[in-house]
Design a protein around this ligand. Sequence first.
Ligand code: WTA
Length: 654
Amino acid sequence: MSSDSPNITSLELEDRRFPPPDDFAAQANAREELYAEAAADPEAFWTRQTTELLTWETPPTQGVDRSNPPFFTWFADGTLNASVNCLDRHLETRGDRVAFHWEGEPDERVDITYRDLHERVCRLANGLRARGVGKGDRVAIYLGMVPEIVVAMLACARIGAPHTVIFGGFSPDSVRDRVVDCGVTAMITGDGAWRGGKLVALKANVDTALEGAPDVHTCIVVRRTENEVGWVEDRDVWYHDLVADQPAECAPEMVGAEHPLYILYTSGSTGKPKGILHTTGGYLTGVAATHRWVFDLKDDDVYWCAADAGWVTGHSYIVYGPLANGATSVLYEGAPGTPDKDRWWQIVERYAVTILYCAPTAIRTFMKWGVEYPKRHDLSSLRLLGSVGEPINPEAWIWYRDTIGGGTCPVVDTWWQTETGNIMISPLPGVSTLKPGSASRPLPGITADVVDGEGRSVPLGQGGYLVLTEPWPAMLRTLYGDDDRFVETYWSQYEGMYLAGDGCRRDKDGDYWLLGRIDDVMNVSGHRLSTIEIESALVDHPKVAEAAVVGRSDETTGQAIAAFVTLKGDVVGDEALIAELRQHVATKIGGIARPKSIVLTDDLPKTRSGKIMRRLLRDISENRQLGDVTTLANEDVVSDIAGQAEKARSADSG
Ligand code: WTA
């Protein structure tokens, strides 16, 4: 990161405001007072949260331990079990309540109550123990979105075996890297998974992966797609056979608050994936509290987090947060366009979903598909909408609120990371006046700042680097097996501050506007420009669904802005439209932001979790050798974009 020109220039003006509806504010779980209470004594505040929200075997007497920074601990002398907190303690009061309305991609539905889930978890936990898996052993889970993925996570938690979930779309090589790095000895997978009408051959991938991982002694296989699978005697066992004779009760392993709950790998733009380590007591406190505040969870809500359980959003807001709070959730196996592009809206209508949480990439896809699909269904049950994973363009935010939320639902734009464990910066829906594109401010108990290259807080109205300035309960504890990299990556830039790696601006009210990854910031004629504002200006044009911009070398301006644009529905693009779009950006935010080139493309390269891969677009724009594309979801768009980028470049230089 260079410190020569520390501030990120901010150009955009977004002045739409949405105060909380009175009736929403009147019934909200989280009130304004929470901020003041937390600020007065953050440690006491979090201790109160953990006491009220969790069931401890031995309640902690300690809060945060700061004796060995940045290796902070929370509630270290307490003991508990995560699966007991998610299941057992609900049995008496809500055993027959639905934990998950599960819907398969082919037309299939199962309602799973808390009692059912408890029984399934106990049987699998016993089965794992029967295979010699115990406290501290690492278990990899590689499954699609079937109920067993939740069961597997909780069964591991029950016996104190940290899990590492590997997203079901990863290749054998990615599976092997994670299994080896994590020292995994047992795996839980499936014969296959359904995704977009296609069968994903999970077991075949595992077989290839495990050729390079001889320490895995057990591979438990869920039958889902009933395709033929290879079999390694002694190592492989069918899930249904393993659990068939196991008792429906299983004594939980009580663990210290700092016992590892899971390791989740996250691939940054460079280097090998980082194994983010989360522990038990602090993590569970953070996800339970934030799930209650941000989503305003009530007893009669039907909550749907449409992420994949293989990402942190699934860990925190499909599994641990909602279950700790005894919520009723929807769990959907498949793709949003299968069999038709209204699948999500059919699901919302069927279960009368009240809270929906998803990613901007999904919202922009729905915008591209058009309003006819949501219009086919009654979405009036919805009362709150959430967004996560990328900055959300104001036009996408407005579309989400109007088209999906009927013009009345608050939209909570939640900023956080795999590393932070829980939502960190977000509106409280009954308190905050919403601004499309802003994540509002840090949640109660969380402290952040925006700093320049020297770590000095920048004045309101300016951009800089987002940092977190105090430890919080759900923070990552280290990178698995690599304390040095943990310190180097997050704690070495500024003394005593966690570097998030995102650019950010605070407006004059102190509200936070996330500007994208620091690595993506462009430098045009000495102005450091963030990607999101220019992309949002493009998405603001009525014919545009999605846009990505990157900086490419330019003799005159240092970097020039290269834009990649996806148009809505049936819009046909031509030179005139490209000229119009360039002018639109200039009119909206200024000549400095006018893209030098625009490539129209049917799709943008995305990571498997749906984030735009600007690094790749940068490579294409600079006509460099393409970098590593193995984490790309849609590899075929790349060659298409590359061809068009080449054309755009020659037109531009001509
Ligand atoms: C980005 C996902 C803007 C950000 C929970 C962060 C966001 C990275 C937002 C973490 C948001 C996530 N606004 N940017 N509301 N939410 N991000 O680890 O760049 O998959 O650092 O965790 O996503 O991604 P991760």
